[in-house]
Ligand binder design. Structure first.
Ligand code: GDP
Length: 276
C-alpha cells in the first residue's frame, strides 16, 4: 500500500475513535521483527487501554528469541503471546491472558449485572496477519484481506465464543523514515521488493544470518566456512544453486532471490531478525 499523510491522520483518528468502543486491544506484530513491525505511536494512542501484543507468525520465528521478546514486553508491563494465525496455535493462550489482563473490567461488568463479555479490537501494520487472525477467531472468512488505510467502513461486531470482536482491524503505518525498518519489512515480504535493491537486501540478510544463524547458512547451502565478505557468500550460494550467467559468472540477483525466498518461507530455518 501507498501511505499518504492524509491516510495516516485518518487511520489514526479512526483507531482513536474505535478504541473508545472496546475494552481491550490486540496489537499484532510479526514475531520475527517485533520492533520494525510496530508503530510506536500506538503506545501513546492506547495509553489507557488494556492491551495484548500478539507475536504472530511465531512458526517462522526463532522460539528462543520469541521467549525473550515475551519477557521484554512483560517488563514493560504489556502481556505478549506468541501465535500462529494460520493454525490457531496460541489462541487459547490469548483467551486466558485476556481474562487475566481484563479481570477488573470483567468483575465490574458482573457487579453491574452485565454480561461479562469483552469487546476487542485488532490493530497492526500491514501484512502482520490481522485478517488471518480475525478469520481464525471467528471461524469464517468475514474479514477482508487487503488494506485500505483510512477508508471508513461500517463497524460490525462479530460474536466469538469468548468476546465481541470489531471486524475491521485498525491499520497502523510502519515507520518508513527509518532505513533499517524498511529493510526488515522488505525481508519479511511486508513491502514490495521493487522498492529496495534485492541484492542489498540479501547482503543485509547474510549479515544477520552470519551473526546468529551461521549453521543454517552453512548447512542449507553447503558452505564450508563463513567468510568476512558478504558478497562472496552470496556468490557461493549462487554457485551452489547453479545460478550462473554465460561466461560462468554467478547470477547474484538470482542467488539473492533464492536466499530471500528460502528465508521468507521458513525453509532456511526458524529465524528472528530482531532480538531485544
Ligand atoms: P494483514 O495485512 O495484517 O491483514 O495480514 P494478512 O492476514 O493478510 O496476512 C499476511 C500474510 O501473512 C498472508 O500471506 C498470511 O497467510 C500470512 N500469515 C498470517 N499469519 C501467519 C502465521 O501465523 N504464520 C505464517 N507462516 N504466515 C502467516
Amino acid at each position: 500500500i501507498q501511505w499518504y499523510p492524509g491516510h495516516m491522520a485518518k487511520s489514526k483518528k479512526e483507531i482513536i475513535s474505535n478504541l473508545k468502543l472496546v475494552d481491550v486491544l490486540y496489537e499484532v506484530v510479526d514475531a520475527r521483527i517485533p520492533v520494525s513491525s510496530r508503530n510506536p505511536d500506538i503506545d501513546d494512542i492506547a495509553k489507557n487501554k488494556k492491551r495484548l501484543i500478539l507475536l504472530n507468525k511465531a512458526d517462522l520465528a526463532d522460539d528462543e528469541v520469541t521467549s525473550l521478546w515475551i519477557q521484554y514486553f512483560k517488563q514493560k508491563g504489556i502481556a505478549a503471546v506468541k501465535i500462529n494465525s494460520i493454525t490457531g496455535m496460541g489462541i487459547k493462550e490469548i483467551m486466558d491472558t485476556t481474562k487475566q489482563v481484563c479481570k477488573e473490567i470483567l468483575d465490574k461488568k458482573q457487579q453491574k449485572g452485565m454480561m461479562p463479555r469483552l469487546r476487542v479490537m485488532i490493530v497492526g501494520v500491514p501484512n502482520v496477519g490481522k485478517s488471518t487472525l480475525i478469520n481464525k477467531l471467528i471461524g469464517s472468512k468475514r474479514a477482508k484481506t487487503g488494506d485500505k488505510p483510512g477508508v471508513t467502513r461500517a463497524l460490525h461486531w462479530i460474536k466469538t465464543p469468548n468476546f465481541d470482536l470489531l471486524d475491521t482491524p485498525g491499520i497502523l503505518w510502519p515507520k518508513f523514515d527509518d532505513e533499517k525498518v524498511g529493510v526488515m519489512l522488505a525481508l519479511t515480504g511486508a513491502i514490495k521488493d521493487e522498492i529496495l535493491d534485492i541484492e542489498e537486501l540479501a547482503i543485509q540478510l547474510i549479515e544477520i544470518l552470519k551473526k546468529y544463524y551461521a549453521n543454517y547458512l552453512m548447512s542449507r547451502y553447503k558452505i564450508d566456512k563463513i567468510i568476512e565478505d558478504n558478497f562472496e557468500i552470496l556468490k557461493e550460494i549462487g554457485r551452489k544453486r547453479s545460478c550462473l550467467i554465460s561466461g560462468g559468472e554467478v547470477d547474484t540477483l538470482k542467488a539473492s532471490q533464492i536466499l530471500i525466498e528460502e528465508f521468507r518461507s521458513g525453509k532456511l530455518g526458524r529465524i528472528s531478525l530482531e532480538r531485544p
